[in-house]
Write a protein that binds this ligand. Structure first.
Ligand code: AMP
Length: 415
């Protein structure tokens, strides 16, 4: 099915062509006509499915058709869990709208950076706001943004919004929106809290599910390697050298571990950088740019920071530390094999994380042979009587779990 059969305007079809998209992905083919008909949408969409353009394109079309008032009123609101995803959605809107006759003004707002430039940017209004919930509320509290004219709300990666503890903020934002509006709801997974929100929010939604169809599933090979915890960095170095990997995203459990592993790799001249929530936004942007431009070979990331990283041609993802939950596992491996490319997701499993790995496998309905690499055969025996608790976060001894840690743990129990 070509893009031209979806009901998009000639200007948007041109934009799609300039963006290099030849045919719609399945979620785009299903979502775009439904949104153009004014329907609410409940999309079960994995990362890499093309869901961003699936909601951005019809949203842009509706804005083109609507009144062009000054000052501008926020008509489209996109809520996302992380600043990286906010930046990516903002960029997709910018690129797809740059040649339109009435290019909308897009404001991308997220926490962790000064609020003042965002307030300045919102002077004179904006047509579309892409936001993380906390910062949006701060801006609303400061009267920097009015949401009473929103006609379309998009919740992107709704499960992640809950994982990150944004439920309360979401409730407050929904109270600021007009009751009459279109709602587009996207999530990779549907734990009970997400289902409940979808039910209250959506009116007779068109349900769109593309992930479960095998031919649409990203081509990701999953493997697990048994290795002693203390030898994981050496094994990683070995695998990078042996396989000639040029770009590897490595997941670890803590910021501390991200720093340490990246440091160890740099010491042996493997260009690596940590990527975590305590880095400044500028530094994160730099690391991503260097990674995309192949100036960096390895990025060692924590889950929260890596959420939303979208890098085409990321052939390998390594779980150096196992994810805390099956949900995180899906998100992690979804970083590779995007948009039809193939990918490899490798998990290091050591004696103390064996039980936790079994749990992830069970939830994922996976059964992988635990491989061994010559020279790295595990020496440590699996202790008996282990529970399947998430792996220790290590590194920062005595640190109490943060609110987000607790929320993540709760989410992983639910998953
Ligand atoms: P998303 O799932 O929205 O994060 O998109 C994943 C990747 O697929 C991004 O790099 C998009 O630029 C790309 N993409 C989205 N739609 C298409 C399409 N129709 N054809 C090719 N690539 C696409």
């Amino acid at each position: 099915m070509p893009f031209s059969s979806l009901g998009l305007s000639p200007a948007l079809l041109r934009a799609v062509g300039l963006r290099g998209y030849l045919v719609p992905t399945p979620i785009q083919a299903a979502t775009i006509p439904a949104v153009l008909q004014g329907r609410d949408v409940l999309g079960s969409a994995q990362t890499g499915s093309g869901k961003t353009a699936a909601f951005v394109l019809p949203l842009l079309q509706q804005l083109q058709q609507g009144p062009h008032e000054k000052p501008r009123k926020v008509r489209g609101l996109v809520l996302v869990p992380t600043r990286e995803l906010a930046a990516q959605v903002g960029e997709e809107i910018r690129v797809l709208s740059q040649h339109l006759p009435h290019a909308p003004k897009v404001a991308v707002v997220f926490g962790g950076v000064s609020i003042n430039p965002q307030m300045m940017n919102l002077r004179g209004g904006a047509d579309i706001v892409v936001a993380t919930p906390g910062r949006l509320l701060d801006l609303a509290d400061n009267n920097a943004v009015r949401l009473s004219g929103v006609s379309a709300l998009v919740l992107d990666e709704a499960d992640r919004l809950f994982d990150l503890g944004f439920a309360e903020e979401l409730g407050r934002i929904l109270a600021l929106l007009p009751a009459q509006r279109q709602n587009l709801f996207f999530s990779a997974t549907f734990p009970p809290a997400v289902q409940a929100l979808a039910q209250t929010l959506l009116r007779e939604p068109v349900r769109i599910e593309v992930v479960s169809e095998p031919e649409q599933a990203p081509d990701i090979v999953q493997r697990a390697i048994a290795v002693d915890a203390s030898r994981r960095t050496q094994l990683l170095r070995h695998l990078i050298a042996q396989n000639g990997w040029r770009r590897v995203l490595v997941f670890v459990a803590t910021k501390h571990a991200a720093e340490i592993v990246a440091d160890k790799l740099r010491k042996v001249r493997i260009y690596a950088e940590p990527f975590h929530g305590e880095l400044s936004q500028g530094k994160r942007t730099q690391v991503l740019a260097d990674f995309k431009a192949s100036r960096l070979k390895v990025v060692v990331a924590t889950d929260v920071a890596a959420r939303g990283i979208d890098i085409a041609q990321l052939p390998v993802v390594v779980n150096y530390d196992l994810p805390r939950s099956a949900v995180d596992y899906i998100h992690r491996i979804g970083r590779t094999g995007r948009a039809g490319e193939s990918g490899l997701a490798l998990s290091f499993v050591s004696a103390d994380t064996r039980a936790h790995w079994r749990l992830i496998e069970k939830r994922q309905q996976l059964k992988l042979a635990l491989e061994q690499v010559a020279g790295f055969e595990p020496q440590q025996a699996v202790t008996t009587g282990e529970d399947a608790s998430p792996p220790s976060t290590g590194g920062i001894k005595g640190k109490r779990p943060s609110k987000k840690d607790k929320l993540r743990a709760a989410a992983s129990r639910e998953a």
